[in-house]
Each structure stands twice: as C-alpha cells, then as structure tokens.
Design a binder for this molecule. Sequence first.
Ligand code: ADP
Length: 760
Amino acid sequence: MADNRPEYIQQSVLTDDWTRNWQDSIAVKITAVVMWVIIPFGFFIALLFINNIEQDIRVSIEDDAEIILNSARILLSENNSIYSPRVKNKLKEKLNKSIYCKIELQTQAYEPIVIHADRCQKPQKTIDKKYYFGTYVNRKSQELSLLLSRRPVSEMMQIYRANITLIMLFIVMILGFILTWVLRLLVLRPLLKMVDATRFISEGQHDIRLDIAQQDEFGHLARFLNKLLDQLFEQQKNLKQANYELMKEVAERSRIDQELRSNQEHLEKLIDDRTADLEIARDEALKANQAKTLFLANMSHEIRTPLNAILGYAQLLNRDSELTEKQHKSLRIIEQSGNHLLGVLNDILDISKIEAGKMELHKSNFNLYQLLTGIAQIFQEQCTEKGLKWYEEFSLSSTQTVYSDAQKLRQILINLVGNAIKFTEQGSISLTVKKIDNEQYYFEVSDTGQGIDKDNIEAIFSGFHQEPQGADKGGTGLGLAITRSQLKLLGSEIKVESETGKGSIFSFTLYLENVRDGIEIVHDNITEVIRLSSSDKVKVLVVDDSELSRNLLVDMLEDVNARVRSAANGLEALHLIEQADVEDKPDIIFMDIRMPVMNGIDAVRKIKQSYGDQIVCVAVTSTIIDQGDNEYYQAGFDDFIGKPYRFEAVFECMKKHLQIDFENKAPLLNENIETSDIDFSQCQIDKSLYDKLLQAAIDYNPPLLSSLILQLSTLGDEEKKLAKKLNHLLSQYDIHSLVNLIKCIKPVARLSKREDSSHD
Ligand code: ADP
C-alpha cells in the first residue's frame, strides 16, 4: 500500500543509542531480577547435582570397596607372596572385623592416584571420616596395592562443591549476559525507539515515525503510535488551516474595523458638517420664522385695521333703522364678507399662534347645552338648504354649566360640522354629545359624505393640507390643524374613522369641569345699545394712530352719548391727560398697542404709575400674534378687545369696569317673560318685516334682529309680546326656537309705513 504521508514524515530519524546510562536500563533491571531468580535456582540445581555425584561416589566407593575387598582377599590368599605375612595378617585382621576396612598402611614409595576422590560430597557413615581409600596399581610392577589416603573426604567434598559453585556461577553469568543481550535486542530496542519518538514528539517534531517491523506488541504499539501521529499530523494540518483561516478572518475583520473606523470618522465629520449646516439652516429658519411672525403681525394689523373699519361702519350703519331693506341687505353682505375674511385671517393667525406656542385657553362658565343647541340651529338650517338630514343627540342636562374655553369648543364643533356639511352631497349629518362620566363628555360629528382616503387621514391634520376634493370646495386647509391643536390644549385628542364614499366620523372625549347650578352663565350681550342711560356720564379717551379706527370708535361712542376725546399716540394721550382738568380726565381709555412715538404698553405703564385705578385702560389691538393677552395685563391694562370688534364688546367692557348702564333697544335680557302659552299665530306682521326677520334669524344677525324686533314691538300688544319672546330667545342664543317661532307666524301682505315713505 502506498504511503500517503508527506515525505518529511517518512524519514525516520530514530537510532539505537547504546550509550545510555546502564543503571537506568530496563534490561539491566530485568536481568538483575532474572538473576535473582536464576542464582538460587542454579544453586539448588548444583546442590542436587552434588548430591547425585556424592551418591555416585558412595556407590562407586562401595563398588571400589567391594573390588578392594575382593582384591585384598586375593592378596591375602596363600599363594600370594608379594606382601609380607605381617601385612597379610594385619589386613586379615582388619578384613575380619568389618567388610569396610581401614587400612592405615601407606606406602610412600608409590605415587598415589585418587580415583574420583573429588566426587565425594561427604564421607559415608561407613567410611572413616578422615581417610579415604582407593586402589592403586603400580604400573611398573603390575601390582595392585590398596592405598589409604590421608586426605579427609569432607575436605575433598568442599573443594568439589566450591568448584561446582564456581562453574554454576560462571554459567549463570553467561546466561545472564545472554538474557540481557536478548532482552535488549527484542524488548529494549523497540522500547527505546518509542521513548525517543515520544521525546521528539514532545519537542515538537511531529514528523517522526517508528519503523518497527515486528509483529509483536511492540510492532502493534508502534503502528498505533504512527497512526496516532498521522491523526495528530492531520489534526495539526487542519488546525493550521483553521488557524490560517482565522488569521485571514482576523485580518479581514481588522480591515473592516479600520474601514468602519474611517467611515465613522467620515460620518462624524459629515454629521459635524451637517450639524453646522443645520445650525445655519435653523438660524435662517428662525430668522425666516421671525420674519414670518413679523409679517403676520403686520398683516394682521394692516388687514384688521381696515377690516375693523369696514365691519365697524357696517355695524354703525346697521344701527340706522331708517335704511331701506336693500341697503340692509347690502350691509349684511358687507358684514358677511368681512366676517368671512376675518375668519380666514383668524385661522392664519391661530395657526401662527399654535406654531409660536402662544395659543392660550380663556376659560369661563358657560351652558354646554345652550352652546350645542346654538351650533345645531346654525347648521340645521344649512343642512336643510343643502337637502341633507340633520340629527342631533345631546345626552346631558339642559342646565349643565361647565368651566372651559367656550370659544374654542364652539370653534372646534363649528369646524367639524362645517366640514361634514361641506363634504357631504347627500345623506345626513349628525352631532352627538354624551356625558359619559361625571366630567367626561363624548363628542361625535358624523356624515355620509365623500370620506377620506385611509392614507391621507394623518395628512389632513397638517396645516394647509387639502384633499383634491377639499381644494375644489375652497377653504384654507387649516381648520383641522387648528382643531387638533385646540383639542390638545384642552387635553384631548381627535379621532377619525372614515371610508371613501361612505362618510366620516370625527370624535373626541373632553374633560369639562362641572359648575354647580346657580352660578351665573357668562355670555355675550347681543342686544343693541341705544345710548348711555341718562344718569350716567362717561369720559372716554380713544388712542389710535389709525385715523379710520380712531374715528370709528369715536363715532360709535359719541353715538351712545359718551364724551369722547382722541389722540394719535401714547405720548399725545399722556399730554392730553396731564393737561386736562380733574373733572375732564378720562374714565376709560381705549388704547391701540402699536403706535408711533409711544406705543400703548409704554403709555399705559406711565398712566397707571400716575393715576392707578382712577383710569381704566383697555387695549384695543389688531396685533394679536406677537403678544399673548397676559402681557397686556402685566403692562397694566385692565381689559383687552381684539380688532375687529363688535360694538357690544366695547359697551360690555364699559359696563363691567365703570359700573354704568346703557339703554337697550330690546327689553332687558333677564326680563321675566311668561309667553309660552301665547298663540303668536294671531300676530299681524306684514310680509316685508316678516321676511327680514326670518332672514336675519337664519343669518344669525343679532344687531339686525334686535332692530327688527324693536320695530315689531311698536306694532301692537300681540306683536309686543311676540317681540319680547323673540328677544328672550335671542338673548338665550336659541336661534332654533326663534326661527321656528317666526315660521309659525302668518305674514300679512301689506306695505309698512316706513317702506311707503321710503318709496315716496
Ligand atoms: P378646509 O376645510 O379648509 O379644506 P380642513 O383642515 O378643515 O381644511 O380640512 C382639511 C381637508 O380634510 C379638507 O380639505 C378635506 O379634504 C378633508 N376633510 C375634512 N373633513 C372632512 C369630511 N368630513 N369629509 C371628507 N373630507 C374631509
């Protein structure tokens, strides 16, 4: 079989090293052990051998003695004349005594030959201890002599034993040497090779292989060892390969690491650069935002000032009851358009306020049910006009008074219901409000309109976003963004469920603090003021740099018999107050904020420093973006009216701070009216007045309604009662009932006196 091992492995470098320390040699040890066994065994064998020899000697001696005895008999025979008679006698004597004789006679003349003398181990009992005998043949004379040896047998045996022992020792040594040699050859050599192999392996030479061809255990062991080494080599090779792979991976990793680090550095640099860019961009955005805020403040001022004049003079004109119906209608259009413009402006300002984080809550006590029915009445009409069904469900007490921001809640609901009607062409609209817990209310506005695509639901809440259909219908796209922010401010969140083509449901849950029954409900006074009550005199100072705004307020206040003076800026106003006599000093100042020379804030600070509470200061401003109203109060203002304002707001403010009263066109709000059982269908109202009344009610135009109701009250007793009832409903914002009541009346087709005269 071919050897697949690498070439360097096939070279066996093992050699026989015979120069090892012999004491440590295992062969020597084995030999020593074997010798320890062999030597006593050898001695034992030798002992047996010696015994046998002694036995032989004894037998031989006995044989010899027999022969000697026979020989001696022959010698002693008569015809033997060699020996003297003395010798013969002596011999006879001896022989007679015992078979074994002891012959003391020793002929020194002959050289004695001891036969087998050293084979004796110990003397026989029957033999004398001291002497040994033997035959002696004199070769020259051919005579046989009996010879007694003086050498003791025991001594002979000792020498004999010593010689045997020496021979045995020699043999054992030779055997030991041969054994050691054989052991070395057969056992130690392969063992040493293995020892060497393991030593080299332990020193790291894994290419060592044993070339032991033996078929014995050593051969097997060597083969197993070689196999083990092969495996070790294979594993080492794999290990080296794995190590190489690992090193490669480590190198790759460190390269990636390096790359990552450099990327990170690059990224950090990019981030730094981007941060710097962003900071610049942020600064620019902040600047742009400031510019936008400034622009909005300016725009607000610039648009509101003329709008204030437009709406103000429209109101002023509306107070003139001598105007024709056509002129009133034109005025209504002016007011409606102005109000629409104001609504758009307010939306833009609201969103700016939200962005600037300046939107604030203005909480007051109000009747929730009343607010809801008011809204329902407005929209019910719109639904009817559009051919939609209107459903309302208010599951709460009609006297439920709560403390919250009524203005914002109204704006939220108007926006949601307004949208529902705007985006629904057929079907129905419903407004549901439920009290779900003590102070938790659930609001829901649903419609069967076009619905909103699911993907766009979130987008409709971002400012200026309109769906294509939404854009077709007009609007600014700000309503829902404002609604969401307002609800957030009120601690709630709006939810939408919508399906394209099926309709939408907008809902939210609101916490509204309950107010105990009996607390007065705060609401706008919408009855028309004619003049100051005769007992009251009021001195007013109007400060405004805009001649238009200034004149409007002056005209309006003069119209109700107030004593009015005016100034174009804060400094002028200060001079005027300082120069005025005590009795001419104003009771109340209506002060614009943004004015040249000295602005309203500085002027009020100075006025308050000198006059304290003697003069009431009211901020009248169209700039509502850059300052929250809290700032006006901090500056010293007692109240705040935003432009454009309704006259009623100015009169209410005067009433509140100066404890004065006004004469109103209509009966007082809290007048007790017992009219529920009156049948108003008997009232005789001419068609023209009726139409105007109905239109004013549908349009929700309180000033016009007040003037028409006043007109109605002059027609007769029944009509006066009707006027009282209508006025009452108007004061309660119950437009729904007001419209229904007007609808109950059958108009009479005849011209009023006034119309007659106008035609003349
Ligand atoms: P605007 O009404 O001025 O367009 P909004 O913010 O109130 O702005 O509404 C944003 C958009 O959301 C609308 O243009 C319209 O596409 C969509 N939208 C709002 N309400 C409804 C609704 N009830 N049904 C269908 N679409 C609606």
